[in-house]
Design a protein around this ligand. Structure first.
Ligand SMILES: Cc1cc2nc3c(=O)[nH]c(=O)nc-3n(C[C@H](O)[C@H](O)[C@H](O)COP(=O)(O)OP(=O)(O)OC[C@H]3O[C@@H](n4cnc5c(N)ncnc54)[C@H](O)[C@@H]3O)c2cc1C
Length: 109
């Protein structure tokens, strides 16, 4: 479509964080987009919809911002599930693992 804008939305659809009550609840998603961007979405066309199962780690209460990365016996684990469910969380966990591995190997700095 020439001259048309393109909008994208990632929404979590889980019992805990409900942006849409069901994955196919397009009306609720449109309402949320209207709220976010203060405009009507009634004329917008839905181009594609991707359902990503298990897209993000569950974050059940109580909130634990940092989970252990050293599992013992020289085993380490990194990923968003160790910090926050985001790229930033994944990178932060990677940094913590690097430090933990260095300490495990006896690095002095
Ligand atoms: C649709 C969507 C939109 C998102 N948007 C944002 C955003 O805007 N901003 C943001 O900060 N975050 C966003 N996120 C979250 C972000 O992408 C993730 O938090 C982040 O990529 C997690 O990084 P990770 O390295 O922990 O895991 P991943 O990126 O999931 O990497 C894990 C890797 O391990 C591989 N793997 C899994 N099992 C095995 C196995 N048994 N053997 C070998 N390899 C295996 C997988 O194939 C994958 O490549 C989004 C996520 C989704 C799904």
């Amino acid at each position: 479509m020439v001259g048309a804008g393109l909008a994208g939305l990632t929404c979590a659809v889980t019992p805990a964080t409900t942006l849409a009550a069901a994955p196919d609840d397009e009306d609720l998603v449109r309402l949320e987009l209207e709220r976010l961007w203060s405009t009507s979405t009634r004329e917008w066309d839905l181009l594609v919809r991707h359902h990503v199962a298990a897209a993000l780690p569950a974050v059940p209460p109580p909130l634990a911002l940092r989970r252990p990365v050293a599992l013992g016996d020289g085993r380490f684990v990194a990923g968003d599930h160790r910090d926050t469910s985001s790229i930033q969380g994944a990178m932060a966990s990677g940094r913590r693992v690097a430090r933990a591995v260095a300490a495990h190997l006896g690095a002095t700095r």
